[in-house]
Design a protein around this ligand. Sequence first.
Ligand code: EPZ
Length: 418
Amino acid sequence: MESFLVNGAKTLVGNVNISGAKNAAVAIIPAALLSDTPCILENIPNIKDVQIQLEILQNIGAKVTKLDENTIQIDPSNISCSTISYEAAKKIRASYYFLGALLGRFNHASIAMPGGCNLGARPIDQHIKGFEALGAKVELEHGMVQAHAEKLVGGNLYFDVVSVGATINVMLAAVKAQGTTVLENAAKEPHVVDVANFLNSLGADIFGAGTDIIKIKGVKHLSGRQYSIIPDQIEAGTFMLCAMVTHGNITIKNVTPKHLFAITEKIKNCGAIVTEFDDAVRVQMPNRPISTKIKTMPYPGFPTDMQPQIVAMLSLASGTSIVTEGVWENRFKYVNELSRLGAKLQVNDRTVIVEGVESLNAAPVKATDLRAGAALLIAALAAKGATEIEDIYHIERGYDNVVDKLKKLGADIVKINK
Ligand code: EPZ
């Protein structure tokens, strides 16, 4: 079993390079199977979730060639299978993107219900509603989702909830459908825009990604191009908070500052000094953070994927903060673990009340999911003494080379194998 051992309370100073966005990469990899010819993807993060998506792609017949550390070539021309097994799908939520992509390519797809972080109910009714609007018949049988269409025809669709996954999945299915599809109440996250930009670079005709109405004119063929994945806003935000809890000074490079706006504004309210450059942000934190009120929302609101991490930071703030989860029904499983380090947290339905403490103290803790793990890492970097974080496979699903990146900033962290 692998753990991180973190000897905390060290000031983090220096530069860190942010990797490609996990949630863009895990969608663009399946999207590549819609192309008739090979694609080259740059800025691919070296993380478990990406490896799993690539394995699924290879299992159905694509050829994946690693060109360098962060660049891959995907040749989808020999894919013949449109079924994704339970063994593959259970490992990762984003396996559901193969449903839209395979349906778009073969008019047929069959995939086991996807796995992923346990954040409460994770329905896929909006994905199904979207495929049905394109003329597909979707059935759930023996844990498999089966989608089939004689032919896909563009349709109009209003999403009942703003869903990143459903917006991307229906876009994948619609890109080669006959006629025009209009998606209303679409998600506006940077990774939704990145998938649309990738598909447009292959010859798709998608207009309006990044707004809540997306129009997709179906095209017959897509052909491979070279495309670079956007930087990971959540990895960047996590390092911003590492600077805050260690009274550090970190320049976070290879980012799109605009994508970080909600995080930047919020941490400025909490006392951080943030300097923006073209593709970097510097976070300095000379004083103790100040408490605040936050509600997570779909983009451009404060991201739910930063909620556990910002609670870790606020647990050290002066005053009491109130953090409300506005996206997921149960994203507070990390609270008990964070409390072991001395954080004073009280959960009430979808809100956590954070009574700031002067300092945190080391204790053995366990990551319960990806961002829960990131929150524990932030807390451990601030805590006095040596904290052991177990179940770090959750953290490695989404953070590329996190130990080396933190070490370069002056953290005392090692990965141990017991
Ligand atoms: C994506 O999940 C991300 N995952 C999540 O990041 C992120 O938390 C989430 O978007 C919200 O930003 C990937 O991109 C791989 P949703 P997704 O569909 O697409 C409800 C991380 O830590 N809903 O936008 O699965 C749903 O229950 C991960 O990196 C329906 O009701 O999330 C939730 O309340 C965790 N019906 C809300 O919508 C549906 O059909 C938003 O979910 C779909 C969703």
